[in-house]
Design a protein. Sequence first.
Length: 252
Amino acid sequence: MSRSPHLHRRGLLLGTAAMTGGVVLGALPFNPREAQAATRVYTRANWKARPPKVTATVLAKAPDHIVVHHTASENSTDYSLEHAFGLSRAIQNFHMDSNGWDDTGQQLTISRGGFLMEGRNRSLEAIATRQHVRGAQTLGHNDHTIGIENEGTYLTEVPTKRLWSKLAYTCAWLCETYDLDPFEAIVGHRDYVATACPGDRLYAMLPALRTKVADIMDLTTTRRELHPPRRGPFPTPRTRFDHGPAASPGER
């Protein structure tokens, strides 16, 4: 899904460049004090991921939607990088050992401390080439959506400012990379399947997220909100890391 003609971009250069301790997502027009933190993504090697059971499939096409999730885990007050890496390992272990999947389901993960990490294997490789890794994060829609897991449970609470800021910049990076309109592309997990994910509070913030992403991308728009809210009732998490239907047996 390309950005609509009435959206005007005045310059946002996004790419990937190797650096110590992660990857930089290129030049973004933001406060210099936030630049280093806002543009860094940590790789699977950084957080010491297990080898996948099966190498992920890279599809020769771009995703058309960005799906916002919550991890349905504790709202931790440990905002350290070490905690973020441990979160990624815990999610991978749950997805592979409890769900029986080939690897981490989502392509990207953001901790409550605002650290962005690669999830499923080959995700950064695919993004860098404007292609798509098939994940296991939104049942029936894994061939065309890229998923971002946000640490925490947001049924009654809101994300940390660090997570919120990182989510906005991450969505801007993906929208720019794939030439997506943030007002059309950014959705919640519940927009596709019956789940409370990403939580009532975070889901209610998605209109503000779309506007913030457009602002980061320096887009001008008169678009109205295109996504009528889905308020449920929806099933709530049964266990830690259970945020609703994510994959069929053929999408693991």
